[in-house]
Design a protein around this ligand. Structure first.
Ligand SMILES: *[C@@H]1O[C@H](CO)[C@@H](O)[C@H](O)[C@H]1NC(C)=O
Ligand SMILES: *[C@@H]1O[C@H](CO)[C@@H](O)[C@H](O)[C@H]1NC(C)=O
Ligand SMILES: *[C@@H]1O[C@H](CO)[C@@H](O)[C@H](O)[C@H]1NC(C)=O
Ligand SMILES: *[C@@H]1O[C@H](CO)[C@@H](O)[C@H](O)[C@H]1NC(C)=O
Ligand SMILES: [Zn+2]
Length: 954
């Protein structure tokens, strides 16, 4: 148990004392040192609701509640219910609470999902008050929804006149889910996947369509929907998951008070029994809509073989099988890739291919899409032959090693939505009463897997024999296009419609017309959202959490160390300033960046080098950087940033790889010319993306780009660039690692600096360290007006940030998008001190330019309310406080030199912005003629612009 873990474990135990006295039984507290979390498994005494908490030092807290929803028909009842509960609840009767909460919350995620056998409602936020607000809204939505008849009609299905106000227009089926599912099944891949599951697991809930089959949806009644809710959305059928650093006790209290205390235990009949095993393989066929755009109309068939595997609650077996599946199909060296893809029989693997652990028993599918019908037998034969071959010869050791390494990194690398990833990862297994905690013990599974391989070298081959070669529960499903598919579908829908209509009485007709009008009326009234809880500016954390870093040096190079709960990963970055690089070489910097981690090193050619990088690191890359100065406008630092990550045990290898890149890079090899040729082709692409404020790296493009096609001259420049850039004299480094590993990591950096010391060379900067930049404007934007204002450290910077956000939400959005018809538009304040207005996919540039001016006048006239300012503040803080992954903590300080103290000062200024500050900065910086300003439009030639002599058309 690591340092962080033991702290959490202690806290959890202390809290548990009290919890037990309330209403929850603690089952088990487990430390999961791999992921630096402590899991607490509980069950609610009165209702039997299950609860899992993952206590972890991560502020992006997550809540999710999932219900086992196992429909026995294809009316789409779980899916329609998922939609309908969001149409209002007892305490919060307003429609669409998720969308409305966007404005009132600092949530980092809000959503709902319907799977084959569960329905899940997750959200995440970093703010404790916000968590409580969202929790109230979620609990009330799922446990106490209004489920009004009109909600059912709107979200599910209804008969309605084509024009609701005209009783003589024809009757038709309408409904959000009805239309959604028609869309889903017009996609042939979804259609195939649905059939495959229905036919491989035909005995219970997996035989039906949980989302709803369009023709079955109109068989669902409002009564059935309410009944499904009462039986399935019950605490006795619920699994709650919370994650993060907020105290468990408070979550439990709120959930008890607002939901669980109002229920008694039931015995939900929602379990999925195991599928009976077939004694003979089956064959089936389905049809789909032809693809008008198919390059070869004869090649529109899909064929897959699908195998039923073991129960997913056997977590180790499922883990093994998912690994086995990757070994069989992933990457150009896998047996099925070589056997099925290389001969180019079909266009690609079918999208259903691979391991599927989303049902109670897992399955594995292999096959092709985009193939000719003639090839059916060939493909079946190849599949059988490939399985025989794998049973005979197994896999290469290095392949297995690379895969295990990749899996470990994927699990350990923490994104900003780690909680959500965990919730989805455990959902299926837990849904069938498997142990979610077992699932989290990844390295235990990995070492057990390695042990199995050691004890039995034929371990994987035996599995292939058992699950594939000898498995009689196997489905061969083919799909081919049917010219009349759409026609038949329309006929079936029409027939269904006529059946419904025939049974209508006069009173029913009248009722349909009236309900149609009612729904229209309800939809067009603006809704009062004031019942929903809202965060206030005063609820926002006044002080940012401090990110401690240690600053030191290694071999004379500045090093920033940041201790973080990285799950046993180490992240390394180095910034190499390019201030000594001669002007003529600057244009090649992007190219240099994109190739240097892809070249051979020493004895290794580029393929071997790539394999070594894959086996030892989570990736190595180099990218150009342009960093605005925080104090002075128009000053930028230019450089390149090296980044890489690795597992703690591979720390020396990662730095060896960097040393080799610094010292032993091989620029000239026959094979590499190939890489270069292809890279040169995309050179303008690279350059285009390097635009940004400072123009230096892309100066006067076209002429020099043309020169790049002369390969030899390009190749000769790269070693010169290397001598300037990969030079310790111009470097600074940053390492993020766990506290336990930091001193090892620092030692490796020290050694690395020793290894590359010979590259140190004092060079005269060709320009001052911080280079002056030129132009403004961002060319990717259709239309942009940039005004030079103030740098980050200036007192007015905060007001300009709030102003940009408020102007966007309350003025520009309406003018440019709603009235002007552009896809989007607004204003933003950039780190380099540029206040920019933008629009994109914009049909009318002149109108938008006047909207920009109008926005400034609107702001100067102070035509906004305190409520508007507060919403803008909430929105700005939502961006300022966006979660940062442990791998990226401290990066702002490392790259931009923005310290926590500077951030805190900025934060205080944001809080303090007043109405007067906003009108003041709008006038002072954005008024006509006040500051340097540039306008650019990107797009087709434009009449009004061409006539206006003040425009330069390029
Ligand atoms: C946010 O709230 C304001 C009023 O408080 C409202 O006018 C606006 O439409 C809301 N925006 C969203 C996305 O709900
Ligand atoms: C199904 O979709 C895939 C991918 O969109 C396409 O390649 C294939 O040709 C389609 N097949 C048919 C029969 O439409
Ligand atoms: C653009 O907007 C202006 C002002 O509203 C209008 O006069 C002009 O006709 C519009 N042009 C186009 C192409 O829509
Ligand atoms: C707002 O205006 C007041 C008074 O003019 C000034 O003292 C303060 O610094 C301004 N605050 C910000 C954040 O610009
Ligand atoms: Zn839906």
């Amino acid at each position: 148990v690591g340092f962080l873990c033991s702290t959490l474990l202690y806290n959890a135990t202390v809290r548990l004392g009290k919890i037990k006295m309330i209403v929850f039984q603690t089952f088990k507290v487990t430390a999961v040192p791999d992921l630096f979390l402590t899991s607490v498994k509980l069950s609610h005494d009165a209702t039997g609701a299950q609860y899992l908490h993952a206590a972890r030092d991560d502020s992006n807290n997550l809540f999710s509640v999932q219900f086992r929803t196992t429909p026995m028909d294809s009316t789409g009842v779980p899916h329609i219910l998922e939609h309908t509960v969001l149409c209002g609840s007892q305490r919060f009767p307003c429609r669409d609470p998720f969308f409305k909460m966007l404005n009132r919350s600092l949530s980092t995620f809000m959503n709902a999902f319907t799977a084959s056998d569960y329905t899940m409602y997750p959200f995440s936020t970093q703010n404790a008050k916000d968590f409580q607000n969202l929790l109230s809204v979620y609990l009330d939505a799922v446990f106490f929804p209004c489920l009004r008849e009109l909600d059912f009609c709107q979200e599910g299905w209804r008969l309605e006149h084509e024009t609701p106000t005209d009783p003589s227009s024809r009757l038709m089926f309408k409904g959000v889910v009805f239309n959604e599912m028609k869309g889903v099944f017009s996609d042939n891949e979804s259609l195939y996947a649905q059939h495959l599951q229905n036919k491989l697991l035909p005995d219970h809930t997996y035989a039906v369509v949980s989302g709803g089959a369009p023709l079955d949806i109109p068989d669902l009644t409002w009564e059935q929907l309410k009944h499904f809710h009462a039986t399935h959305y019950h605490p006795s059928n619920a699994r709650f998951f919370t994650y993060g650093d907020l105290p468990l006790e408070q979550h439990l209290q709120q959930i008890e008070k607002e939901a669980l205390s109002k229920f008694e235990r039931t015995e939900p009949n929602t379990a999925v029994p195991p599928q009976a095993h077939w004694d003979k393989p089956r064959v089936d066929h389905v049809t789909c809509r032809p693809d008008a755009l198919a390059p070869d109309p004869m090649k529109q068939n899909t064929l897959c073989m699908s195998y039923l595997l073991g129960d997913i609650t056997d977590t180790f077996e499922a883990f093994t099988l998912s690994l086995l599946s990757s070994l069989m199909i992933s990457g150009p060296n896998s047996p099925f890739y070589k056997a099925l893809i290389e001969p180019e029989i079909g266009s690609d693997f079918s999208s259903s291919v691979g391991f599927d652990g989303s049902t109670r028993q897992a399955s594995f599918t292999i096959g092709l899409q985009g193939m000719a019908e003639d090839n059916t037998e060939t493909v079946k034969h190849i599949i059988a032959q490939t399985i025989d071959d794998i049973v005979a010869t197994g896999f290469e050791e290095e392949q297995i090693e690379a895969l295990l390494h990749k899996i470990e990194i994927q699990m350990k690398h923490q994104s900003t939505s780690f909680g959500l990833a965990l919730a989805s990862y455990i959902a299926s297994c837990w849904n069938h009463d498997g142990d979610p905690v077992q699932l989290l013990k990844i390295s235990e599974n990995v070492s057990r897997f390695q042990q199995c391989l050691k004890e039995n070298p034929r371990y994987l081959q035996d599995k292939v024999q058992h699950y594939f070669k000898d498995n009689t529960h196997r489905l061969t499903l083919t799909m081919s296009p049917d010219e009349r598919f759409l026609e038949k579908q329309a006929e079936a829908e029409e027939q269904k419609l006529q059946e419904k209509i025939q049974n209508l009485s006069d009173a029913d007709h009248k009722d349909i017309y009236e309900k149609g009008l009612q729904l229209l009326a309800v939809q067009s009234t603006t809704q009062d959202a004031s019942c929903l809880p809202a965060l206030k500016v005063s609820d926002i954390e006044p002080i940012i959490p401090y990110t401690p870093v240690q600053l030191g040096t290694a071999g004379g190079v500045p090093v920033q160390c940041c201790e973080q709960p990285t799950n046993g990963m180490v992240y390394f970055r180095a910034m190499c300033n390019l201030n000594s690089l001669p002007e003529d070489l600057k244009i090649y910097v992007p190219l240099f960046c994109s190739v240097i981690t892809k070249l051979g090193c020493g004895e290794l050619d580029y393929r071997q080098q790539a394999q070594r990088i894959e086996l030892k690191t989570g990736g190595m890359s180099v990218s150009p950087q342009i960093i605005p100065d925080t104090d002075q406008l128009d000053l930028y630092e230019q450089g390149i940033m090296l980044s890489s990550s690795c597992l703690e045990r591979n720390l020396p290898d990662m730095f060896q790889l960097w040393s080799d890149i610094f010292n032993r890079l091989v620029f000239f090899q026959e094979t590499e010319k190939e890489i270069f040729k292809s890279l040169c082709k995309c050179i303008d692409f690279i350059l285009m993306h390097l635009h940004r404020p400072a123009g230096d790296l892309q100066r006067d493009g076209p002429g020099e780009i043309a020169e790049l096609t002369d390969l030899t001259s390009v190749l000769r420049k790269l070693p010169r660039i290397k001598r300037h850039l990969l030079n310790p004299e111009n470097m600074r480094c940053a390492v993020n690692a766990t506290p336990q590993k930091m001193s090892d990591a620092a030692g490796e950096v020290e050694r690395f600096m020793g290894n590359i010391a010979a590259n140190r060379k004092e060079r005269k900067p060709v320009r001052p360290t911080v280079v002056e930049s030129v132009r403004s404007s961002s060319w990717i934007i259709c239309e942009s007006e940039c005004v030079r204002t103030v740098p980050f450290s200036h007192a007015d910077y905060a007001s300009l940030c709030i102003l940009a956000r408020m102007m966007t939400a309350k003025f520009l959005h309406g003018e440019i998008r709603e009235k002007g018809g552009a896809y989007g538009g607004g204003a933003r304040m950039g780190g380099g001190g540029l206040f920019s207005f933008y629009s994109y996919r914009d049909p009318n540039s002149t109108q938008t330019l006047s909207a920009f001016r109008g926005g400034v006048e609107w702001a100067r006239a102070g035509k906004f309310t305190q409520q508007d300012i507060d919403e803008a503040k909430l929105s700005v803080f939502s961006a300022v406080d966006a979660p940062v992954a442990p791998s990226d903590k401290g990066l702002g300080r490392f790259l931009n030199g923005i310290t926590d103290e500077m951030k805190q000062r900025h934060r205080e200024r944001l809080f303090a912005v007043t109405n007067k500050n906003l009108t003041d900065v709008a006038g002072r910086y954005l008024g006509v003629g006040q500051q340097t300003c540039g306008v650019a439009i990107l797009g087709p030639e434009n009449e009004s612009i061409r006539k206006d002599p003040s425009w330069v058309v390029k």
